[in-house]
Design a protein around this ligand. Sequence first.
Ligand code: ADP
Ligand code: ADP
Length: 228
Amino acid sequence: MIEMQEVSKTYPNGVNALSGINIHIEQGEFVYVVGTSGAGKSTFIKMMYREVRPSEGTISVNGINLSKLRLNKVPLLRRNIGVVFQDFKLLQNLSVYENVAFAMEVIEEQPAVIKRRVMETLELVGLKHKARMLPTELSGGEQQRVSIARSIVNAPKVVIADEPTGNLDPETSWEIMNIFEEINLRGTTIVMATHNKEIVNTIKHRVIAIEGGKIVRDEAKGEYGYES
Ligand code: ADP
Ligand code: ADP
């Protein structure tokens, strides 16, 4: 479902962030992406939702070849890929409900469908009772729940998460991981960049390690593999 062939990325400033990347991720897999800071993890996952375009090679997601994807088809891709960020990226002047509904409005879903799906999704992340609140009225963990709800409300086949627990305390991080586990159990592919050693070594999944822009390790039920 996610495939990269001989992918490399050199940024306009000349930094060679990735080279010779070949991967194949099946529908329903849960994959951790680990590596030291500057290794190329963010570049790697940003290419999956076309935030970054490769300098060389081909990438396909759900059978859509991203290099050939026309700009007017990017919304179609985004509908099939949910994205969760370390810093949540919620719209501060919109309520919890509106932040989640927004992701459905941009794809012009019907109002009745939006209302039902948003409430179902908020229930799944345990925030139905805070639907009317603003992001500033929520804890970090709650804000990340909203962001997860936004990422899955259109029922994407894959969710990409860039250090989703990076700003959260350990207990809250485990709660957020439980939600990702639940989403994965429902069949959604998860690709998550993380520095959380405890989580990677406890909730075992495939581990792809990147160093110096190359994949140096790719193991089923792997270990974090770094000291911290
Ligand atoms: P990681 O997520 O593992 O910390 P990144 O993918 O963010 O790694 O970065 C890999 C390399 O690419 C680093 O040397 C970083 O400085 C560089 N880099 C990342 N984004 C850009 C950019 N937009 N322009 C130029 N260089 C970048
Ligand atoms: P842009 O891509 O120009 O930032 P969009 O209209 O695509 O604007 O997105 C608006 C908001 O929705 C942004 O806060 C963005 O982070 C969020 N967003 C867009 N697509 C997704 C997605 N697939 N999953 C999660 N959040 C998304």
